[in-house]
Structure formats: C-alpha cells, structure tokens
Design a binder for this molecule. Structure first.
Ligand SMILES: [Zn+2]
Length: 105
C-alpha cells in the first residue's frame, strides 16, 4: 500500500486512482494502475507492507490488548526511494493542471 506523506503539513493520505492531496494542498498523488503512482510537491511516498498489515490486523483480533509490554502490533513501513520504478515525481505539477484532462484516466 502506497501513501503520500506531505513534508509541509505532515498529512498522510492513501494514494488511489483518483487524484488525492494533503491537507495543505501542496502535495498531490495519483495511482496510474495497481502498482505505479506519481506524486508532486514537498512529499514522499511511503510504503506499508501489506503482509505485515494483514498479520497485525489478525494479531489485533486475537490480542487486542497488544503484545508483551502492551505495545501495539507492528506493521512495516518505509520510504519508497526516488529510484523506484513504480514511483514518478512530477516537479512541474500544479493544482491548475488537475483541472485538465491530463490527469484523467
Ligand atoms: Zn501538505
């Protein structure tokens, strides 16, 4: 699962097929298919390991009080590097472009 993290307002939103933006509006992202995404603005794309999320959700059902010392069930997340082929950064993106058909799929 890919998430947009805005370095300006620290908002995090799930990247989906429709154009999404953060609370401050400076960062935006959109999925172009089930794997590839683009983003713009002062942002990073975060990845959440789907297997670790599923495991944590099942563990939470069994042990809702947490594990061991009361910590919550862990999920694995990471910053997807700019060199990843599935992530494109659009430096010239602007909110006005979203109103054109350029981003319509
Ligand atoms: Zn923002």
């Amino acid at each position: 699962m890919k998430m947009l993290f805005c370095c300006n307002c620290q908002d995090i939103v799930k990247i989906q097929r429709e154009l999404r933006q953060c609370m401050c509006g400076k960062s935006r992202a959109q999925a172009t298919d089930t794997i590839n995404v683009w983003h713009s603005g002062p942002s990073k794309v975060l990845g959440i390991s789907n297997p670790s999320l599923v495991k944590a959700l099942y563990s939470d059902l069994a042990w809702p009080e947490g594990i061991g010392d009361g910590r919550g069930h862990r999920i694995e997340s990471f910053i997807i590097p700019v060199t990843a082929p599935s992530v494109q950064y659009r430096a010239n993106d602007s909110p006005e472009l979203a109103l054109t058909s350029k981003y319509e799929q």
